[in-house]
Design a protein around this ligand. Sequence first.
Ligand code: HEM
Length: 475
Amino acid sequence: MNIFLTSLLFLIPIIFFILSRTRKSSKRIPPGSLGIPVIGQSLGFLRAMRANTAEKWLHERIKKYGHVSKLSLFGKPTVFIYGQPANKFVLSSNNSTLVNQQTESTRMILGDRNLLELNGADHKRVREALVSFLKPESLKQYVGKMDEEVRKHLEMHWQGKQQVTVLPLMKILTFNMICSLLFGLEEGTRRDKFLACFQEMIKGMWAVPINLPFTRYNRSLRQSARVQDMVKELVHERRVQLEQKGASSHKDLITFLLSMRDEDGKEVLTENEIMHNVILSMVAGYDTSSIAITFIIRQLANEPAVCEGVLQEQQEIAKSKNSGESLTWADLAKMKYTWRVAMETLRMVPPVFGSFRKALTDTEYNGYLIPKGWLIFWVIPMTHMDSSIFPEPSKFNPSRFENQASVPPYSFIPFGGGPRMCPGYEFARIETLITIHYLVTRYKWNLCADNSFSRDPMPEPSQGLPIKVYPREIS
Ligand code: HEM
């Protein structure tokens, strides 16, 4: 009896404590429903993405539940958060609370030592190595090489054509630029073989979370193994060139990473880290940049006054060059209006819709509890279309970026922000400006298809944006 009473007296406060905590926590979990097990809201969301109504779909949630709500996406309990404070919360968070969360298929395809999989000190070390190559001071020496790639591309795919389809061509162009700068791989059959495997590989990147046809995923995995083999071979070749033939460490990204040493003289990155991160850079820079340039081309056809402004700026620069002379870093600095047009395009159609983080511990946001292990889904386009930040958001108006300090932090985020902000920003800026320079100074164009686009998950203009092209008289 005594033992029973003593145990009861001891247990009652503990039970009360646990109950009060559970009640308090469950009360603070965001509103919403997790839906049917496993499927949750995934199908509705994916349907909306394809129909390009994902923003509307999410706005309906916001109307119903507010700026923070729970749902289940791709089999995982998730909290959807929205708005500038939400972006700040996610993007500026440190590794001890929120970590990057990629899908299983992404990890399988890109390899487990790619930046997206790394956190803490490993993420910092690998990222710093990549940024040393991708920062403006380093990239400015490659402007001539990128210029050469654009000119070759136009001669091969645009010259003499009356109609072209922009998106597939921009994919070839961005692939070639990446191959040249990151892999030091010049044009030829090896590059073509690489492109074919690479395109098959990335088709399956989203297969598991989005489409569920496992054949596409398996094919993608097979191609991924071939891409890994090709990159491995390249890494070995570059090592030999570096060690035996005294190649410059600035030849390309692979050689640059191979030549990096820490203060003890040890290699900064392992061979797997080099392989997985050059493949990641290729994947991260391929669709995004080609889509951004494609939508700028679409926008220039839709906005004649804007196109005229870009043309004037670019013709001024062209006039200052001798025939056949490459653009330089100083020329790019003069392309201020063109870059504002690019930014406004990225605001209206950001290539990346959003991404996920995982809560490492019970985390609080806006008075709600995000339980440990749950995902956080943050999105880009909705803040970009917030009229309290960007007045008349549906109007294409590059002058919004004349005074960039007036744009509040964490509200223009096509490249993300904080410790995981896109390290390829400068690379994307250079390739975009050079491509637009040669396109507007050499061609006029108009659209052949309607103006609509869908997301899969990246935005794709209707039919890949077929356009009629007319050579421009050189004045
Ligand atoms: C218009 C072109 C581009 C856009 C819109 C874009 C967008 C983004 C965004 C939004 C993120 C952050 C995702 C997150 O926080 O979850 C990101 C990360 C990243 N991007 Fe880009 N990107 C572009 C071009 C490039 C290029 C050209 C490269 C490489 C040459 C690149 C390499 C990367 C890498 C490696 C990361 C991961 C960074 C990390 O986790 O620390 N991107 N990009």
